[in-house]
Design a protein around this ligand. Structure first.
Ligand code: GLU
Ligand code: MG
Length: 465
């Protein structure tokens, strides 16, 4: 397992060259021809380069070139710039993390590795989001917290030419009929993920038309983000093998329940889960309460990280299980922050918090790093949770919501941008560099859709993610 925090690119080159040669040999024998080197840009798009398997040692030692312009790419491949980032100049080195190298089970002949990005001087690149997540995890560790996470993946499966959305199955939500309709597809997906070493916990038909969900076991933050990328591209590849199209977009059909990308977070302090066995509400420890409160307080600004598209706000509406209100509750699916306790006797293993208001258009590295950072900020100032909510906050009258201090989360991308720009805590959590590109890209995304009808936004976003 790599530490995810390697320093100078040139320092470890000899060791990486040997590891790469050792990794490449059996892959070649298995028929792997090419390696996908992938990262996720600020707009949430998985961008790649590939090398023939023979070039893996070279890629692992020197990296492959790629422009830094992708940090300010938008989801439609147009470009923006910020005061300090973007534009045509410069080049970076993409270096595959060999510890995460995976043979792609649904793309015969291909393997995949997430990359860390370095400058041509061999130093870690300031906007490398994967390193950002690793640094956030390491800051938590220095404070005595081992954070683990998992990203839930929801998607809608479609047939047809992609002009509209034609669900590939008709059966009801959570219905056996829907699994029977796509039985081979779902099996092939389970097999592929298993072959890729992804620990699937559950696969089920979800609420919306043609919608499914897969949940995977928790891992360290960087691996959880890697998996979120790997699982989605595997779903896409298996779908392609079955002649199906997939949408991970927050809103697939305007007005319907959309695709979330809920994040589960847990943390251990020494031997102990901070979300169980404590003397605060529902067994939270003081650190667990403070971590949760730190995230809850920053959710409006975190929406600009975790719900980063205009379409995100067509999903993030009340009574759609998306968590549209800034509140928390025990097993409350309408609260943006849900405390999950687990079975009696199993709580030390199972207890976690689920952040529901975020979706799969987010860059998972940035989002997991920012959530951990906000949680840690809460721990540092011993933040306390407000009163919890039970039931659907949308059913409480506005006066009651106000009395309880429960607010709607941002209702549009510009509102989320304002909340992020106004947060001193998130400036610290993201750092000036990441904050600059996040704000720049979000403002440009908002501008791109300004004045467009909701249906147009949905259609323009549906097949991009
Ligand atoms: N699809 C819902 C969302 O947009 C979530 C459903 C669930 O609770 O899993 O977040
Ligand atoms: Mg779900």
């Amino acid at each position: 397992m790599s530490s995810h925090l390697d320093g100078d690119l040139l320092a470890g080159a000899t060791v990486r060259a040997r590891m790469a040669r050792e990794a490449a040999r059996p892959m070649r024998e298995q028929g792997v021809a090419g390696i996908v080197l992938s990262f996720v840009d600020t707009a949430g798009i998985n961008r790649i380069k590939t090398v023939p398997v023979e070039r893996l040692p070279a890629a692992a030692t020197r990296g492959v070139g790629m422009s830094p312009v992708f940090d300010t790419f938008l989801a439609d491949d147009s470009l923006t710039t910020t005061a300090r980032f973007g534009g045509p100049d410069g080049d970076l080195r993409l270096v595959p993390d060999l510890a995460a190298l995976t043979v792609l089970a649904a793309q015969p002949g291909w393997a995949w590795a997430p990359v860390n990005r370095y400058t041509q001087d061999g130093a870690p690149y300031v906007l490398c989001q994967r390193r950002y997540a690793a640094e956030a995890a390491s800051r938590c560790q220095e404070a005595g917290l081992d954070v683990i996470a998992a990203v839930e993946i929801e998607w809608a499966v479609a047939r047809g030419d992609g002009a509209g959305f034609e669900p590939a199955c008709r059966g009801p939500a959570y219905g056996m009929a829907r699994l029977v309709e796509l039985s081979d597809y779902a099996r092939d997906l389970l097999v592929a993920l298993q072959r890729e070493g992804v620990e699937v916990e559950q696969l089920h038909p979800e609420y919306s038309d043609g919608q499914y969900e897969v949940s995977v076991g928790p891992t360290d933050l960087v691996t959880a983000a890697d998996r979120s990328v790997l699982v989605r591209q595997t779903i896409r590849a298996v779908s392609a093998q079955h002649g199906l199209q997939v949408s991970f977009a927050p809103s697939v059909v305007n007005g319907h329940v959309g695709n979330g990308g809920h994040i589960h977070l847990s943390a251990r302090s020494g031997e102990r889960n901070i979300f169980a066995g404590g003397d605060r509400r529902h067994g939270l420890t003081a650190a667990g309460e403070a971590f949760a409160a730190g995230i809850l307080e920053e959710l409006p600004g975190l929406c600009a990280v975790g719900a980063p598209t205009v379409a995100s706000y067509l999903r993030l509406v009340p009574s759609h299980w998306a968590g549209a209100f800034q509140c928390w509750g025990l097993e409350t699916r309408e609260a943006a922050l849900r405390l999950v306790r687990g079975l009696r006797g199993d709580q030390d293993r199972a207890a976690n918090i689920e952040v529901k208001c975020v979706d799969l258009t987010a860059n998972p590295y940035l989002l997991l790093g920012a959530l951990a950072g906000a949680g840690l900020a809460g721990v540092r100032r011993q933040a306390r949770l407000p009163e919890e909510v039970t039931g659907d906050p949308a059913l409480l009258d506005p006066a009651e919501l106000k009395a309880r201090g429960v607010q709607r989360l941002p209702q549009s991308l510009p509102e989320a941008i304002d909340a992020l720009a106004a947060s001193a805590t998130l400036r610290e959590v993201l750092g000036d560099d990441q904050l600059e590109v996040v704000l720049g890209v979000r403002r440009a995304e908002a501008e791109r859709f300004a004045g467009r009808e909701d249906d147009e936004v949905v259609a323009a976003t549906r097949w991009v993610y």
